[in-house]
Ligand binder design. Structure first.
Ligand code: NDP
Ligand code: CA
Length: 314
């Protein structure tokens, strides 16, 4: 029998406003099935723990445990046969953008390319616009993509954008990630400025494959879009990221890093609560993925509320 999934509590950061419905956002690199079985080389994870027939239910269980209004996923290589139909039956509308040359395609018996996908509660939000972006670096197209959805909250009428991305992996590619991040910021600025409404707020969820010390992290923190990283609110000083969002053991050794972020517009949203990270003991000595957690990346889940604009106050 599989051990239970690690229990994680929400840490409240402020008292939420009474008439301001919250938006729960999940960011998660779910680990592409083809990469997990065929490329990653997780030496302490038994192959049976990666069996798709069971692992897909653990991924869905994680999503259903928190029931986010918006779900941003990377490394999705089972969109059409699993996530699109199942999430649709659970009330989510969605959009998927595959990577142009997904490394999944190199794996024997693959299920197609992996990519980024956004899912949103279709009763709560109306889709106004959708963009599938190919990220460039020094004017050249790269293998990394983003999905940007413009949504309107059916309760408040407020319009906002949500973007999901997965930047280039591996050390030695820091400058490349910096260029991809700059290009994403530029493309987001273009999408936001084309909106009917002024100062449309934004979420950017992603596996940035970059520690907070990297240039791409700083460029997001200091961008003219006025973004902040939601998980910084978990730290004692309010300005540090969690110690890890991914933790795995490959033949090259153990790798514990902070690579995943939920960025939000400071002018548009406040962070009400953040899902705490599991402890080292909960993750266990064999790290991730494992029988009790289906990806090498941890999910990030945050509750936001709209900052009340003076002209919208009744
Ligand atoms: P990336 O370098 O961004 O990495 C791809 C995936 O590999 C990521 O999902 C990443 O996971 C994972 N990864 C990171 N570190 C390791 C590691 N040490 N060992 C195993 N996996 C790791 O890939 P690109 O998008 O730039 O694609 C490059 C690959 O694409 C090439 O290796 C090649 O196999 C393939 N390719 C295929 C082509 C085709 O036509 N099919 C053409 C060109 C390239 P995470 O983000 O979680 O770290
Ligand atoms: Ca991966």
């Amino acid at each position: 029998m599989r051990p239970p999934r690690p229990h994680r509590d929400f840490v409240r950061t402020r008292a939420s406003a009474k008439h301001n419905p919250q938006i729960r956002v999940m960011q998660w690199n779910i680990l592409a099935q083809a990469l997990g079985e065929g490329k990653d080389g997780f030496v302490r994870c038994p192959m049976e723990a990666l069996n798709w027939a069971e692992r897909k239910y653990l991924i869905l269980e994680e999503i259903l445990t928190y029931r986010p209004d918006i779900v941003c996923l990377q490394e999705v290589d089972h969109y059409y046969d699993t996530f699109q139909p199942v999430m649709s039956s659970l009330g989510y509308q969605s959009s998927f953008c595959p990577k142009p040359c997904s490394p999944c395609l190199d794996v024997c018996g693959n299920n197609g390319p992996d990519g980024c996908a956004v899912f949103f509660n279709r009763e709560r939000f109306r889709l106004l616009d959708i963009h599938h972006l190919c990220l460039t670096a020094v004017a050249l197209k790269t293998n990394q993509v983003a999905v940007v959805a413009t949504l309107q909250c059916q309760v408040t009428g407020r319009v906002f954008c949500v973007a999901v991305t997965h930047l280039k992996a591996r050390s030695g590619w820091e400058t490349f990630r910096g260029a991809q991040g700059a290009n994403l910021l530029q493309q987001l600025k273009g999408i936001l400025s084309a909106q009917q409404e002024e100062a449309v707020p934004l979420f950017v969820c992603g596996d940035f494959n970059a520690e907070p010390s990297e240039e791409v992290y700083r460029s997001f923190l200091n961008s003219p879009l006025g973004l902040d990283s939601a998980y910084r609110t978990l730290s004692a000083d309010g300005s540090s990221e969690p110690p890890y969002t991914t933790w795995k053991i490959r033949p090259s050794g153990e790798s514990r890093s902070t690579l995943d972020y939920v960025w939000y517009s400071r002018h548009g949203f406040s962070v009400d609560a953040v899902l705490s990270m599991p402890s080292e003991e909960q993750i266990g000595p064999d790290r991730l993925p494992s029988y009790h957690y289906p990806s090498d990346h941890l999910s990030l889940v945050c509750d936001f509320s709209f900052i009340q604009e003076p002209h919208r106050l009744m």
